[in-house]
Design a protein around this ligand. Structure first.
Ligand SMILES: Nc1ncnc2c1ncn2[C@@H]1O[C@H](COP(=O)(O)OP(=O)(O)OP(=O)(O)O)[C@@H](O)[C@H]1O
Ligand SMILES: Cc1ncc(CO)c(N)n1
Length: 271
């Protein structure tokens, strides 16, 4: 095998599903990487027929072909960071874990399972495969609240519960966690929680009265990934990604008939 040459620019590989409407999934990841000047690469896990109104169909890619895509990339261009998004099936989680175990770069695992609308993006009971195969490989785990509940098997009703869940997810194997707080619809705030086993930090924001947050979770995790690729610390990456997502939600372009995408063209936002 040829050795992988050193990169001239930071790079990021996303192992994720496709959202044809362009606001979520690998499309959100690539747009976010570009915002930060990161060269983005993809291994596609599934094709969704989805848009701002929901996901109507999922067409999974054969796990052996997902591995082939990963290998094509990593044997050629070294990722500075690797992120996982929608994996959809148990078989894909296991296949992707095998590839991640051989990669020497920070790994961001976004355990995509369920959207705010309730679309199921992971087959039933597959969360246990995340626990067995992916948690211990992740440098940063970025669940939303329902995903953190499914992983810890504990309900989250308030910020104390979020703090307990963060501690539990580290005990379960992840090196650090950012729990995304966007699902607390009754709250005035949309606060996320960062914990690396040492520092526990609330990433605070008011909750904007908007439904245009399609793909916000993907973009937030992608921004953390991009900032890690640029050499930021975990804490800096989480804090700066939070500012990015606040601006991207505030200036959403208002596209689509449902939950519209965020704004990926933040020319004035610091990178
Ligand atoms: N209405 C809102 N106002 C401000 N911030 C928000 C709002 N909704 C979500 N966020 C922020 O967006 C980011 C994504 O959080 P969320 O919990 O929605 O993730 P998610 O469910 O994975 O998203 P998705 O599945 O839509 O990609 C977090 O930083 C969260 O705080
Ligand atoms: C492909 C894909 N990945 C992730 C999400 C969650 O935002 C979505 N809606 N679609």
């Amino acid at each position: 095998m040829n050795s992988v040459s050193e990169n001239t620019v930071p790079t990021a590989l996303t192992i994720a599903g496709s959202d044809p409407s362009g606001g979520a999934g690998l499309q959100a990841d690539l747009k976010t990487f570009s915002h930060y000047g990161i060269y983005g690469m993809t291994a596609i896990t599934c094709l969704t027929a989805g848009n701002t109104q929901g996901v109507s169909e999922v067409n999974p890619i054969d796990p052996s072909f997902i591995r082939q895509q990963c290998q094509s990339v990593i044997q050629d261009i070294k990722p500075s960071v690797t992120k996982t998004g929608m994996l959809f099936s148990k078989e894909t989680i296991v296949a992707v874990a095998d590839d991640l175990a051989t990669i020497s770069c920070p790994i961001v695992v976004d355990p995509v399972m369920v959207t705010k609308r309730g679309d199921i993006l992971l087959s039933k009971n597959a969360q246990n495969y995340y626990i067995e195969h992916l948690l211990q490989l992740s440098d940063v785990l970025t669940p939303n609240i329902p995903e953190a509940e499914l992983l810890t098997k504990e309900q989250i009703n308030n910020s104390d519960d979020m703090e307990q869940a963060a501690k539990r997810l580290l005990e379960m194997g992840s090196k650090s966690v950012v729990i995304k707080g966007g699902h607390q619809k009754e709250s005035k705030n949309s606060n996320d929680l960062f914990f690396d086993g040492n520092e526990m930090i609330w990433l605070t924001s008011k909750r904007y009265p908007t439904q245009h947050t399609h793909g916000a979770g993907d973009a937030f995790s992608a921004a953390i990934s991009a900032l890690l690729a640029k050499g930021k610390s975990l804490r800096q990456a989480a804090e700066q990604a939070k500012q990015f997502i606040i601006h991207a939600i505030k200036s959403a372009p208002g596209l689509g008939k449902g939950q519209g995408p965020i704004n990926f063209s933040l020319s004035h936002h610091p990178k």
